[in-house]
Design a protein around this ligand. Sequence first.
Ligand SMILES: NC(=O)c1ccc[n+]([C@@H]2O[C@H](COP(=O)([O-])OP(=O)(O)OC[C@H]3O[C@@H](n4cnc5c(N)ncnc54)[C@H](O)[C@@H]3O)[C@@H](O)[C@H]2O)c1
Ligand SMILES: O=C(O)C(=O)C[C@@H](O)[C@H](O)[C@H](O)COP(=O)(O)O
Ligand SMILES: [Zn+2]
Length: 357
Amino acid sequence: MSGATTIPVGDVCDVLVGHGVRDRVVDLLPESVARVLVVHGEPLVGQAAPVVTALREAGLEVHVAPVPDAEAAKTVDVAAGLWALMGQAGFTRTDAVVAVGGGSVTDMAGWVAATWLRGVPVLHVPTTVLGMVDAAVGGKTGINTAEGKNLVGSFHEPVGVLCDLDVLASLPPADLSAGLAEVVKGGFIADPRILEVIEADPNAVQDPSSDALREVIERKIAVKARVVAADLRESHLREILNYGHTLGHAVEHHEHYRMRHGEAVALGMVFVAELAQRAGKIDEALVRRHRQVLGMLGLPTGYRGASFDELSAAMRRDKKSRGSTLRFVVLDGLASPVRLEGPDEQVLREAYAAISR
Ligand SMILES: NC(=O)c1ccc[n+]([C@@H]2O[C@H](COP(=O)([O-])OP(=O)(O)OC[C@H]3O[C@@H](n4cnc5c(N)ncnc54)[C@H](O)[C@@H]3O)[C@@H](O)[C@H]2O)c1
Ligand SMILES: O=C(O)C(=O)C[C@@H](O)[C@H](O)[C@H](O)COP(=O)(O)O
Ligand SMILES: [Zn+2]
């Protein structure tokens, strides 16, 4: 496959997918922009350099801010450092933030853009599979607090997203697979063709230069774009994108973010599949398919690092909770997500036992 694919997120923005699309960074920024803050993960100097060059060649005033790697970027201290930088450089409402990195960088930089002067444009240049198919699309931004994952943040749509497939060549295989967990999520909640492509050749989708990977990336972006465009602020439909995240976020927090987000979501999806089966919504074959497809990608499908009680408090802080009622996204069939509200404590424990034995 050659050429760039454009996937619109309703009338909010476009996501561009293709080889070499980083060069298009100036095209996607509003014309009024004079200053740009390029935020990138500390190890990603090489990924950010072409973006910085393109912006400078277009005559923009470019400030570059490396931030701590991975989840360590998502803190209020890192955000405060960027606010200080923007204040000192005189960033106005017609200036912009460009985030270059994985989901940690786009989440945090997106929130800085959302909060600076109550909102300036942000453009995302995701450098991980996960960033491309999920974090950079849809405008959820935020940081963690001591109590949990993504507890502070806002919705702030990017002005555009540039998914340059060339950057994936340097992505460590474990990070590539972790991103595929969010791709698999898209397969179970909305587009089963994604699962078929993975099942047909799991090695191909883990090859950063393959057409198979590009196909599932584009399909997952299309799923996310469709859902987000219909429910930007998560009034109901968008919750389906949280499939596997109630337990997943609790595990990430318990592990002090040493486990990758995608890995935690993988085992969170097996947990909700077990839950759905116990609630009489899906059969054993669909539960097995979760384990099989995630296992093919080298993703975890079980977890023994905590007792159910240790994870329970963090699960209750999930944004889908209402009062003391836990709410889960589960399937009542393939590509048919529904809500399971306030399941019996015993059923929750049994589902957790099924992934922790
Ligand atoms: N906002 C959303 O809708 C949304 C959706 C999904 C996930 N997220 C968030 O995204 C984060 C996870 O993102 P992630 O999986 O991209 O991880 P990440 O941003 O932590 O990056 C993972 C690792 O990959 C490295 N890396 C990134 N790009 C690289 C490249 N091209 N070459 C070599 N190394 C590279 C990074 O330096 C880092 O060490 C979590 O915080 C999660 O909560 C947000
Ligand atoms: O875009 C969404 O909506 C999602 O839920 C996508 C998730 O993959 C993502 O991890 C998101 O950040 C989780 O959001 P949260 O609201 O549970 O913090
Ligand atoms: Zn996620």
